[in-house]
Ligand binder design. Structure first.
Ligand code: PLI
Length: 463
C-alpha cells in the first residue's frame, strides 16, 4: 500500500468555523487619510478601518464553543467564585505552581511581582526586555540587564533556541553586583522582542542549577510558554514523543513562579494570573492584589472571564491546536522567505517579524524604519502590524537618550483561530508589493511623545 511520508502531510486546523464577523475593505485613498490622522502610528487606527489585523495576538483570539458555554456559568460572587477554583486547579494542573492570584491581564501580574520582589537599586537580569515587563521593573526601582544569548540580537542567525539565557553573562552580573542585588531572573518563554524565539529545556535546567547555587529565584513570563513547549517538542532531542502538556509542566517545574498574560496562549480576550510557590511571597501578592486589582479570588476579572480562561488553558495545551497555531505563523513566514523578503529567522511562534533594517537600508534609525514599514503595509492593503524597534525601546530613564536596540522589526502577529490561510496569502502579497517599492519609502519623525511606553500613543509625520 502506498503511504505518504507523515512529515510531508498537510495539517488542518482542529476546528471548524461556527460564527463569522465581516471584514471591511477600504481604498488606498481612504487609508492614506486615516494613517495621517493616526499620526502614522498603527496603534491609533480605528479597528474598523483595518481589514486584516495583525497588530497583536493579545486578546484577539477566537474562543471555542466550550469557552463561550463557560461564560454562561460565570459565578459572579464577590468572593470565592467557583470559576476562580476552576482556574486555580487548572494553573496547578498544567503549570504546576502552588498558589495562584488572578489579575486583569499580564501587566497587572507584572506590577505585583515587581513590587513584591524588587527594591531600589536592584538589578533584574532577563532574556531580552519586554516593554511592560521592564517598565514595571523600573517603576519598582530596579534596572533591567539583558542576559540573552548574542544570537537573539542577530535576525539572520538560525539557532534553534535564540531565547536562551547566556549563563556566562548572568554569572558575570552576579559576581559584579552580588546575589543580594538580584531579586530574581526574569525568564520569558518564548521571547517576544527577539521574534517569538524559544528557550530550550536544557538551558532552563542549567539556569535553574546556576540560580540555585546563588539562591536566586527564577520567575517565568509564561505568556507564550505553550508555544515554547511546542518548539521544544519539535527541536530538542528527547522530546519528540512527549506531549506539549508534559513539556510545559516540566519547563515550569524549573522555575519558582510565573506571571501570565492569558490573552495569548490561553485563548481569552482578557485575563492573567500570578503564580508563586513561595508561601511568603504569595501572601504578599494576595495582599497587594486587593489594592490594585480586586479581591484575591477575582483579581479584576468577572467570574465568567476566569471560567473562559480555565477552559482556554485546557485547549491551549492540545498538541493538534498548537501545531496548527504555530503552523499558520510558519506558513506566512515561509511564503515571505520564498520571495526573499527579509524576515527574522527562525520563524517565531506567534508572529512573523520583518527586518526593517534590511528592508529599508536607506532610512536612518532616527527616522524609524520599522514604524515606516508598518505604515506602508497598512497603506498597501489595510493590514495592520506593529513596530518593534527604536520607538518601542523608548528612552533610558537616567540619560533620557533614545535606546538603540540592534533589532529594528515589524511584527505581523497572528491571532489564534481567527484568520484563514487565504488571509495569510493576501498579507504576504501585500508585504511583497511594499518590498518591491521599498526604495520609494522615506522615514518618519516624532511630533508627539508620551512619557511611558511611547510607542502606544506617539504621533509621527513623514520627513
Ligand atoms: O498585555 P498584557 O498586560 O496582558 O501582558 C503583558 C505582556 C507580558 N509579557 C509578554 C511576553 C507579552 O507579550 C505581553 C504583552 N504583549 C502584547 C500586548 C503584545 O502585543 O505582544
Amino acid at each position: 500500500m502506498r503511504k505518504r511520508d507523515p512529515s510531508q502531510k498537510s495539517w488542518a486546523e482542529p476546528w471548524k468555523i461556527k460564527m463569522v464577523e465581516p471584514v471591511r475593505r477600504t481604498t488606498p485613498e481612504y487609508r492614506r487619510e486615516r494613517l495621517r490622522e493616526a499620526g502614522y502610528n498603527t496603534f491609533l487606527l480605528a479597528s474598523e478601518d483595518v481589514s486584516i489585523d495583525l497588530l497583536t495576538d493579545s486578546g484577539t483570539s477566537a474562543m471555542s464553543d466550550y469557552q463561550w458555554a463557560g461564560l454562561m456559568l460565570g459565578d459572579e460572587a464577590y468572593a470565592g467564585s467557583r470559576n476562580f477554583y476552576h482556574l486555580e486547579a487548572n494553573v496547578r494542573k498544567f503549570y504546576g505552581y502552588k498558589h495562584v492570584v488572578p489579575t486583569h491581564q499580564g501587566r497587572g501580574a507584572e506590577h505585583l511581582v515587581a513590587q513584591i520582589y524588587i527594591k531600589k537599586g536592584d538589578f533584574v537580569p532577563g532574556n531580552m526586555y519586554f516593554t511592560t515587563t521592564r517598565m514595571h521593573q523600573e517603576l519598582a526601582g530596579g534596572a533591567f540587564v539583558d542576559v540573552i544569548v548574542d544570537e537573539a540580537h542577530d535576525p539572520e542567525s538560525q539557532a534553534p533556541f535564540k531565547g536562551n539565557v547566556d549563563l556566562q553573562k548572568l554569572e558575570d552580573l552576579i559576581k559584579k553586583v552580588g546575589c543580594e542585588a538580584i531579586p530574581y531572573v526574569s525568564l520569558a518563554a518564548t521571547v517576544n522582542m527577539a521574534g517569538g524565539q524559544p528557550v530550550s529545556m536544557q538551558n532552563a535546567r542549567e539556569l535553574r542549577a546556576l540560580c540555585e547555587r546563588y539562591a536566586i529565584p527564577v520567575l517565568l513570563d509564561a505568556t507564550r510558554a505553550v508555544e515554547n513547549a511546542y518548539f521544544i517538542q519539535q527541536r530538542e532531542q528527547g522530546y519528540r514523543e512527549k506531549k506539549v502538556a508534559e513539556i510545559l509542566f516540566e519547563f515550569c517545574s524549573l522555575t519558582d513562579g510565573a506571571w501570565m498574560s492569558a490573552k495569548k496562549d490561553s485563548l481569552v480576550n482578557i485575563g492573567g494570573w500570578l503564580a508563586l510557590n513561595d508561601e511568603e511571597k504569595f501572601d504578599a501578592a494576595r495582599n497587594l492584589v486587593v489594592v490594585y486589582e480586586g479581591l484575591h479570588t477575582y483579581g479584576g476579572l468577572a467570574g465568567r472571564d476566569m471560567e473562559a480562561m480555565a477552559r482556554g488553558i485546557e485547549e491551549s495545551v492540545e498538541d493538534d491546536h498548537i501545531r496548527a497555531r504555530v503552523g499558520q505563523v510558519e506558513y506566512l513566514g515561509q511564503k515571505l522567505l520564498s520571495w526573499d523578503v527579509p524576515v527574522v529567522l527562525p520563524i517565531g511562534g506567534h508572529a512573523v517579524f520583518l527586518d526593517a533594517k534590511r528592508f529599508y537600508p536607506h532610512i536612518p534609525r532616527e527616522n524609524f524604519p520599522a514604524q515606516t514599514l508598518a505604515a506602508q503595509i497598512y497603506l498597501e492593503a489595510g493590514v495592520r502590524t506593529m513596530e518593534r524597534g527604536i520607538l518601542s525601546a523608548g528612552r533610558d530613564p537616567k540619560t533620557g537618550q533614545n535606546r538603540l536596540p540592534r533589532l529594528e522589526l515589524v511584527r505581523a502577529a497572528i491571532p489564534r483561530r481567527v484568520y484563514t490561510q487565504a488571509h495569510m496569502d493576501v498579507t504576504a502579497e501585500a508585504i511583497e508589493e511594499v518590498y518591491w517599492n521599498r526604495k520609494r519609502a522615506s522615514g518618519l519623525r516624532l511630533i508627539y511623545e508620551p512619557r511611558y511606553l511611547r510607542f502606544f500613543q506617539a504621533r509621527l509625520e513623514p520627513v
